[in-house]
Design a protein around this ligand. Structure first.
Ligand code: ATP
Ligand code: MG
Length: 238
């Protein structure tokens, strides 16, 4: 479902060259909930951006949801980004003047999907994420956890096979974080999706099938979620 082959990426800042990924090989064949961990600057967000086709590698191949994306043209990329992958970030990026329901419907309306079908789908996603009772609220009347669940509902509108999440609980307290991890694991299982989440929080590992550790732009470790969780400080110590 996801395959990176010898992926390199560097950023240029004036005359300086910053290596961000230095030969990443990654294969995820099965649906499930996966974590990417590693210290600040290790390349986690860069990797997620490449998987979301928000940026292209300098070298190597990136395959997502059965297609090679690093060689796509702009038209193919636009379609891929809007249909094949969902993306969520630490900031929820909801439109403040729209209700939760309208935020979830928006990608469907922009893609000119039938309004009735889009509303039904948005409603069932809000239900699945446990925020149907907040459908008529604007983001400023929702808690952080609720806003992130609305953002996830929006990212699932087109039933992508892959969901990419960059520190989705970074702005949430521990109770909301646990709820979100459990929901993401459930969504991955029920919808047979691959969900790849970048996180700094060791406790998240216990919800994940596998944890990939990045260091200096390379994957230096792959462990089961239980194994990764077992080796860290007990929860509450963070
Ligand atoms: N737009 C950019 N221009 C220049 N350098 C960048 C850019 N984005 C990232 N970098 C550099 O690339 C490296 C990897 O950055 P990246 O954002 O992928 O790290 P990260 O693992 O997500 O870190 P964090 O945990 O702090 O979010 C870092 O050295 C960073 O400074
Ligand atoms: Mg990052």
């Amino acid at each position: 479902m996801i395959r990176c082959i010898n992926v390199h990426k560097q950023y240029r800042l004036g005359d300086a060259v910053v290596p961000a990924l230095r030969g990443v090989d990654l294969t995820i064949d099965d649906p499930g909930f996966y974590a990417v961990m590693g210290s600040s600057g290790s390349g986690k967000s860069t990797l997620l951006h490449l998987l979301a086709a928000l940026d292209t590698p300098d070298e190597g191949e990136v395959h997502v949801a059965g297609v090679r994306i690093d060689t796509m043209n702009e038209r193919e990329l636009t379609r891929f980004r809007s249909r094949e992958v969902g993306v969520v970030f630490q900031q929820f990026n909801l439109l403040p003047t729209m209700t939760a329901m309208e935020n979830v419907e928006l990608p469907g309306l922009l893609a000119r999907r039938p309004a009735k079908e889009t509303r039904e789908r948005a409603g069932s996603l809000l239900e699945a994420l446990g925020v149907a009772h907040r459908a008529g609220h604007r983001p400023d009347a929702l808690s952080g956890g609720e806003q992130q669940r609305v953002a996830i509902a929006r990212s699932l509108l087109f039933s992508p096979r892959v969901l990419l999440a960059d520190e989705p609980t970074g702005a949430l307290d521990s109770a909301n974080s646990r709820t979100l991890w459990a929901l993401l694991a459930q969504i991955a299982a029920e919808r047979e999706m691959s969900i790849v989440m970048v996180t700094h929080e060791p406790e998240a590992a216990s919800h994940c099938a596998r944890v990939y550790t990045l260091s200096d732009g390379r994957i230096v470790g792959v462990r089961s979620g239980e194994e990764a969780h077992g080796r860290v400080e007990p929860s509450g110590a963070q």
